[in-house]
Write a protein that binds this ligand. Structure first.
Ligand SMILES: [Zn+2]
Length: 85
């Protein structure tokens, strides 16, 4: 069912508990995961949240500059698909 998911696609979102920015493989969409920063159980959305690194370009009037993208990268924690899920 998830065969169409591109392994290089990531989703980004913000932990509702601690506001840590997190990126996860698209294959984790709608799955529960543990926030790497605070340990809260979070549900990976199926679309990236606005203002995070993988949000769709064009949704906002101003494109992020390279500096802003670097800043987003440095504050985003990547979580990996875990076979246990
Ligand atoms: Zn958190």
């Amino acid at each position: 069912m998830c065969a169409q998911v591109d392994a290089t696609t990531f989703l980004s979102f913000v932990c509702k508990a601690c506001h840590q920015e997190i990126e996860a493989p698209a294959g984790m969409a709608r799955r529960e995961a543990e926030c790497p920063a605070c340990g809260a159980i979070i549900e990976v959305p199926d679309t990236s949240e606005p203002g995070t690194i993988w949000a769709k370009a064009g949704a906002e009037p101003d494109r992020p500059t390279n500096e802003q993208v670097d800043a987003m990268k440095s504050r985003t924690i990547r979580i990996e698909l875990n076979d246990q899920w």
